[in-house]
Ligand binder design. Structure first.
Ligand SMILES: Cc1cc2nc3c(=O)[nH]c(=O)nc-3n(C[C@H](O)[C@H](O)[C@H](O)COP(=O)(O)OP(=O)(O)OC[C@H]3O[C@@H](n4cnc5c(N)ncnc54)[C@H](O)[C@@H]3O)c2cc1C
Length: 373
């Protein structure tokens, strides 16, 4: 079988991966020379901890397993079983963490409530002010800036994979074929469009009523910390954004403790992960309404710097990079992804939202199973 994959972000690359694994030939077409969308701009968090119970958690756990296996074969991904600590600073925050450990699926996530001393034993870089932390053993990380490239190298070595960068797919022609902006037509037995947050043009023509919206985030990365940060780290604001924490304890936190004004204005949480070079990737904000800002603003960075310095108990290294990214999210946020046949033999897979890096290997595996590859 010949599979045409459009879009070289993590979703497209993982579809290519599963197709090649199952013995098929893949032609992979990307508008840019290489991926430049959400997949290279994210934290690289394989984030199990806050997932909704049920399909979303099952997808994340399966994806975590797949990432680990692929990471063993492709060391360039930088897969690390880091786990994560969501630090809490008072009783109300601690109650949310405690409630999470009583979930029926807590063991599957590897949740444990730690006091501050135990949290520091797991992550000695946390020398700041907090009273405890929710440990999630299943969380992991990869290196987003290089993951797609590392996967591409491994796919090229298979001999069944062709990569065509710098070509925008403009049209679906006839059955199971696409035409690019070089005027070349590519025929396959199946076409998978993984075009991310580009919802206009070709995608609008194929699926005008797409139930997917765009979300913009601001991020930053520091110079090397100069010491290991062995786990990923989150603050209690992240409880407000992930469905696993919903319940009475979160309602009480929301009612009794307002977010800092900047955090509330920019819909923020702290997520932080150490990169392979020792720098820290730190975020994030959420902007839901277009037109999105075309520049980054400082207030969220100042807020995050304060939060991180309080947790680490030390000043942050210099901020080396600042950027923004946009992902596509199903408007029904309970849906893991929007997967739909848009023409004969042509499927559009988009809208995994803020969990796309986590879930991509499992989402692509489901596509492969459903299409009988
Ligand atoms: C700042 C930020 C932080 C995030 N952090 C995390 C995280 O830590 N963990 C997590 O699980 N998720 C995270 N996410 C979400 C995750 O990054 C996305 O869900 C995921 O990367 C989406 O992958 P994708 O392949 O669908 O899209 P993209 O990575 O955007 O790739 C789509 C590709 O399609 C190409 N393309 C589009 N149209 C065409 C066309 N017509 N022809 C050819 N090529 C085309 C684009 O150029 C692009 O390269 C984050 C997102 C952002 C923005």
């Amino acid at each position: 079988m010949r599979v045409i994959v459009v879009g070289a972000g993590v979703l497209g690359t993982m579809h290519a991966w599963h197709a090649v694994e199952r013995g098929h030939e893949v032609r992979h077409i990307e508008r840019e020379a290489e991926a430049r969308g959400a997949s290279v701009r994210n934290f690289g968090q394989i984030w199990v901890s806050g997932r909704a119970g049920g399909e979303e958690l099952a997808t994340a756990l399966r994806a975590r397993e797949l990432w680990e296996g692929i990471g063993a074969r492709v060391p360039g991904l930088g897969f690390r079983a880091t786990g994560s600590l969501t630090v809490v600073r008072n009783d109300a925050e601690r109650a949310v963490a405690e409630a999470a450990t009583r979930r029926p699926d807590a063991a599957a996530r590897g949740y444990r409530l730690l006091d501050a001393e135990r949290a520091r034993a797991v992550n000695p870089a946390l020398r700041g002010d907090f009273t405890g932390a929710l440990w999630c053993e299943r969380d992991a990380a990869v290196e987003p800036r290089v993951a797609q490239l590392a996967l591409k190298e491994a796919l090229l070595a298979s001999g069944r994979y062709t990569y065509l960068g710098g070509r925008e797919v403009r049209e679906v022609v006839g059955g199971r074929a696409v035409r690019d902006d070089h005027g070349e037509t590519h025929h396959g037995d199946a076409v998978i469009l993984c075009t991310g947050a580009w919802l206009g043009g070709l995608v609008r023509e194929l699926a005008p009523d797409l139930p997917v919206r765009r979300v913009r985030l601001q991020m930053m990365q520091t110079d090397p910390l100069g010491e290991p940060l062995p786990t990923s780290v989150a603050d209690a604001d992240s409880f407000r954004y992930y469905p696993a924490y919903r319940g009475d304890a979160l309602d009480a936190l929301d009612a009794g403790q307002a977010q800092a004004p900047t955090a509330a204005a920019h819909k923020m949480q702290l997520l932080m992960v150490q990169r392979a070079d020792g720098g820290l990737t730190i975020g994030d904000t959420h902007e839901y309404r277009a037109p999105f800002a075309f520049d980054t603003v400082e207030e969220p960075y100042e807020h995050l710097t304060g939060v991180v310095e309080a947790i680490l108990g030390r000043p942050l290294p210099r901020i080396r990079r600042r950027w923004a990214g946009v992902y596509a999210q199903c408007t029904d946020t309970a849906r893991v992804v929007h997967r739909r046949q848009v023409r004969d033999g042509v499927w559009l897979v988009t809208g995994p939202g803020g969990r796309g890096m986590t879930c991509a290997p499992a989402i692509a595996e489901t596509t492969a199973n459903e299409l009988g590859w």
